[in-house]
Design a protein around this ligand. Structure first.
Ligand SMILES: CC(C)(COP(=O)(O)OP(=O)(O)OC[C@H]1O[C@@H](n2cnc3c(N)ncnc32)[C@H](O)[C@@H]1OP(=O)(O)O)[C@@H](O)C(=O)NCCC(=O)NCCS
Length: 176
């Protein structure tokens, strides 16, 4: 069965109880909060990667904004100084049993597609993520660059690294 990425559906359609990525905070978020954040509070939308009928991974996104001084000088040029719209990749995890099979990159590519849609319909300068140190290389493979923001901003341990992918660096979908 082909890999499918689609919006999370309320339980029992998408059973999340058995999800284990190796990161307990991400697992807890997916199991307890992703649904209510999406269906009740509308503060973030979760997409799941379905592999052979199972939710093997998820990504949660929400609109956000970035201030121009946080952007690298090459991107900063010509942009106005007020906060600019971005798509925030808030959380991403793949079940340990499914890691290394392309689910993470499929979820990340779906976020890039959402950023293009957001740019067309609402405005969006790119995608931001606070990457866990172990996942920095993973994001770099799809073109994300590191942003030089003060360490310790979020108080997490280990410190996440802010990263950014500008809209112009997102490949056009085939056929456009
Ligand atoms: C990071 C994560 C989402 C990657 O998902 P995945 O499905 O295993 O990744 P893929 O199979 O799509 O791998 C894509 C590429 O990234 C590489 N990669 C995957 N995880 C990586 C990591 N942690 N560090 C460096 N490279 C990584 C793969 O080797 C692969 O490279 P290739 O294309 O050259 O073969 C997954 O390992 C995970 O859930 N980790 C725990 C939670 C986490 O760290 N989430 C990120 C929060 S910011």
């Amino acid at each position: 069965m082909a890999l499918e990425v689609r919006r999370l559906r309320p339980a029992p359609a998408d059973d999340r109880s058995d999800f284990r990525s190796g990161n307990i905070d991400l697992d807890r978020f997916f199991q307890r909060f992703a649904g209510q954040n999406q269906f009740r509070h509308h503060i973030g939308t979760t997409y799941v990667a379905i592999d052979a009928g199972v939710s093997g991974g998820f990504v949660t996104v929400a609109p956000s904004e970035i201030v121009v001084p946080d952007l690298p000088p090459t991107i900063r040029k010509k942009l106005p100084m007020y906060p600019l719209p971005v798509l925030r990749l808030a959380r991403l995890a793949v079940d340990a049993r499914y890691q290394g099979r392309g689910l993470g990159s499929a979820l990340l590519r779906s976020v890039l597609t959402l950023a293009r849609r957001m740019a067309d319909e609402l405005g969006c300068t790119g995608v931001v993520v606070d990457a866990k140190p172990d996942a920095v290389t993973f994001y770099e493979k799809l073109g994300f660059i590191r942003l030089g923001v003060l360490a310790g901003q979020l108080g997490d341990r280990p410190e996440p690294l802010p990263m950014f992918l500008e809209l112009a660096a997102i490949p056009e979908p085939a056929g456009e």
